[in-house]
Design a protein around this ligand. Structure first.
Ligand SMILES: Cc1cc2nc3c(=O)[nH]c(=O)nc-3n(C[C@H](O)[C@H](O)[C@H](O)COP(=O)(O)OP(=O)(O)OC[C@H]3O[C@@H](n4cnc5c(N)ncnc54)[C@H](O)[C@@H]3O)c2cc1C
Length: 412
């Protein structure tokens, strides 16, 4: 179901609602941009969120929100809404694609006591809608759809930008500009002005599908996340909403290609199994993949780590600042952490320029570390013989609790 972003935005158009002082403008109403709007408004800022898309559509499928991000969303007063919109998985099971052997089972029941929030599974559209509705209810936030941030100029502690809408372009002044505009961020392009910073194909393609639970094999209809490791490819799937649907993603490595392979945007399950090279695939997994009527192709792009995210009162957040491979399921979580840190920096009452410096200092090291760790995790997941054997022994030895403890630096 498409989601129309309007509400306060209709009232205030793109001129900012508080007359005198220019608002903080957030470019992008993804999960990062909407959370940033909520955190900045909590810090006393008037915020205008501009979203390029005329309608925010349900793109993508499932999203795992780990405790480090869940805690922040809860602190925004969203706990009940999060609980209604999400499903709490009981465990993560790690298996081999070939034969289906269980390598480790990570129990998640204690996550809330341990890290202050449970692991939650969302349909992306549900989380985005929840954040959008919270932003629309907030008196200090306007969300304007169909408004693309174009060129801008930073001068004397203010930003002057061109905003493109269906009926023409408008100029707008802001006290700060936050580029939460995703991996293909034009705010970043404009700041970096460096062709070497362009998005590059990561050498991985994700294929995503939503499978009705009744079509999935009985053994895979549990309220658990399943991770299947194969050579050069892996699969993650988990139930969503009332467990009536399963979100599944197959990620395939294509080596050191500079461009994604030319192939159709959709594939059938049996073709995908061949494409992934899943010889000896466990029968339950095979049945699940074949139950996906139409798998949607999603080439994964990255950008190099930046030395700076900000210039004066302009900064970046989420995938615009640090796009990461999804192997630790932390991209959205890190965007939410960014938003929290940005709001915290503005709450201290510093000037926007100083608040942005504080934000960058607080976030850069951790976000870059998670970005690097995500890439390494991919190598670990996709290892072939003999490294895969070593990995499997290490997983069995460490056990599920040990593996969770090893990742505690992410969730704390
Ligand atoms: C297969 C896969 C699985 C994933 N799984 C997980 C997971 O389980 N957990 C997790 O935490 N992360 C996961 N991620 C990562 C996560 O999806 C992203 O990190 C996250 O969505 C980034 O959010 P964002 O708000 O920074 O950017 P985006 O979601 O890309 O939003 C950017 C928004 O900006 C808008 N925009 C662009 N340009 C402009 C402009 N000039 N003006 C105005 N608006 C503009 C776009 O239309 C868009 O709405 C996964 C990613 C993939 C690919």
């Amino acid at each position: 179901m498409p989601l129309h972003a309007s509400g306060a935005g209709d009232r205030n158009a793109v001129t900012g609602p508080n007359g005198g002082r220019p608002p903080v403008v957030v470019a992008g109403a993804g999960i990062g941009g909407l959370t940033a709007a909520l955190c900045l408004a909590r810090a006393g800022q008037t915020v205008v969120t501009l979203e390029r898309a005329p309608v925010i559509e349900e793109v993508g499928a499932g999203l795992q929100i780990a405790p480090n991000a869940g805690r922040i969303l809860q602190s925004l007063g969203l706990t009940d809404a999060l609980d209604v919109a999400s499903l709490r998985p009981e465990a993560i099971n790690i298996r081999r694609v070939r034969g289906g052997e269980l390598l480790a089972r990570l129990p998640l029941a204690e996550a809330k006591d341990r890290w202050g929030a449970p692991f939650r599974l969302f349909h992306r559209a549900d989380l985005q809608r929840l954040l959008l509705e919270a932003a629309q209810r907030h008196g200090s936030i306007s969300v304007v759809a169909g408004a693309r941030v174009g060129d801008f100029e930073e001068d004397g502690g203010a930003v002057y930008m061109r905003v493109h809408k269906a009926d023409g372009a408008e100029d707008m002044e802001a006290s700060a500009l936050v580029g939460a505009d995703g991996v293909r961020s034009s705010v970043r392009d404009f700041l970096a002005r460096d062709p070497k910073d362009a998005p590059v194909y990561s050498g991985h393609t994700a294929w995503r599908a939503i499978v009705p639970a009744e079509s999935a094999p009985a053994k895979l209809r549990l309220r658990e996340t399943q991770l299947w490791l194969g050579e050069g490819a892996h699969v993650v799937h988990y139930p969503l909403r009332d467990a009536s649907i399963v979100s599944a993603v197959v990620i395939i490595e294509d080596g050191r290609r500079r461009e994604p392979p030319g192939e159709p945007a959709f594939a059938e399950g049996s073709a995908l199994i061949r494409r992934a090279g899943f010889a000896g695939c466990a029968s339950d997994l095979r049945d699940l993949i074949e139950a996906g009527a139409s798998w949607r192709r999603w080439p994964l792009f990255g950008r190099p780590a930046l030395r700076r995210w900000s210039q004066g009162v302009v900064t970046l957040l989420g995938d615009a600042a640090h796009p990461m491979l999804p192997f630790l399921a932390q991209g959205a979580a890190q965007a939410i952490e960014d938003a929290h840190a940005l709001g915290g920096a503005f709450a201290c009452g510093a000037s926007p320029e100083n608040a942005i410096k504080t934000y960058e200092r607080a976030r850069m090291e951790r976000a870059n570390k998670v970005q690097r760790a995500s890439r390494r995790q991919g190598d670990y997941f996709h290892a072939g013989f003999p490294l895969a054997q070593v990995r499997d022994i290490a997983m069995r030895t460490l056990g599920g609790q040990g593996m969770l403890t090893r990742n505690a630096w992410l969730y704390r």
